[in-house]
Write a protein that binds this ligand. Structure first.
Ligand code: ADP
Ligand code: MG
Length: 261
């Protein structure tokens, strides 16, 4: 089904990635390899470059230097058809970005039809299957405004899944949600991980990262300060900066930890 062939098992390969906005250097040499089926959680303080890294991976931001490969495609190659590569990368943001004038089904079929050129019947069938997967089979005819934030975010996930992505990128998908709605979205993500989806997740949900991540990256100041299995990075951090961050995040009296973008 997916025309992008994998190079070995590597889904994402980032080499010496730098990104500046004018004089502000935001990413200062990131190296990262993600293999098929891996779940990588990215944690770190606001402003550390987490969103910029994610946005560089599918070229919503143009890297200043370095290379990024997705499957067999070097997306930093100026000749690459980035729209084609991006088709295979799902992205879920803090804000759900659904089309308000389309129903749930419409939101989940439009890109299938326009980008993948699927028939109406085929795209509906795929959309319904994915809405079922996120527990929203009964909401196909609803409009986004009629749904809770958690339901809207699950529609956004179903929409991404309907494009048959090789990789799903999540940028703080639960940060805009009321606390009681976070669980349903995390449950859907946990199930995706169990099904073997390759995922890169920026999150402040430490319990989720601990339980679901194969690997945790701690970013600060535009570099990966520490990475490893969650029981090490979250459980027994080696770097002082990681320990300080975790102390702030895990301290319930300190609430202002969510990223701003
Ligand atoms: P995080 O997601 O870890 O909170 P970001 O990647 O959003 O961090 O931002 C890292 C830094 O880059 C911040 O200082 C932010 O203000 C800056 N930044 C992000 N996007 C832009 C942009 N489009 N133009 C200028 N500065 C930006
Ligand atoms: Mg961010």
């Amino acid at each position: 089904m997916n025309p992008v062939p994998a190079t070995g098992d590597v889904v994402v390969d980032v080499r010496d990635l730098h990104k500046s906005f004018g004089p502000l250097e935001v990413l200062m040499g990131i190296d990262l390899t993600i293999r098929r089926g891996e779940v990588v959680c990215v944690i770190g303080p606001s402003g550390s470059g987490k969103s910029t890294l994610l946005r560089c991976v599918n070229l919503l931001e143009q890297p200043t230097s370095g290379t990024i490969r997705i499957g067999a495609n070097e997306v930093t190659d100026p000749d690459v058809d980035i729209d084609k590569v991006r088709t295979h990368v799902g992205m879920v943001f803090q804000q759900f970005n659904l089309f308000p004038h389309l129903t749930v089904l419409g939101n989940c079929t439009i890109a299938q039809r326009k980008v993948l050129k699927r028939s109406a019947e085929e795209s509906e069938r795929v959309a319904r299957a994915n809405l079922e997967r996120v527990g929203l089979a009964d909401k196909v005819d609803a409009y986004p405004a009629q749904l809770s934030g958690g339901q809207q975010q699950r529609v956004a996930i179903a929409r991404s899944l309907s494009m048959d992505p090789d990789l799903m990128l999540f940028d703080e998908p639960t940060s805009a949600l009321d606390p009681e709605l976070v669980g349903d979205v995390l449950t859907v993500m946990r199930r995706l991980a169990e099904e073997g989806m390759t995922m890169m997740v920026v999150t402040h949900e430490m319990a989720f990262a601990r339980e679901v991540a194969d690997r945790v990256l701690f970013m600060d100041g535009g570099v990966i300060v520490e990475e490893g299995p969650p029981e090490q990075v979250i459980g027994e951090p080696r770097q002082r900066r990681t320990r300080d961050f975790l102390q702030r995040v895990l301290d319930p009296t300190h609430t202002d930890v969510s990223g701003s973008r």
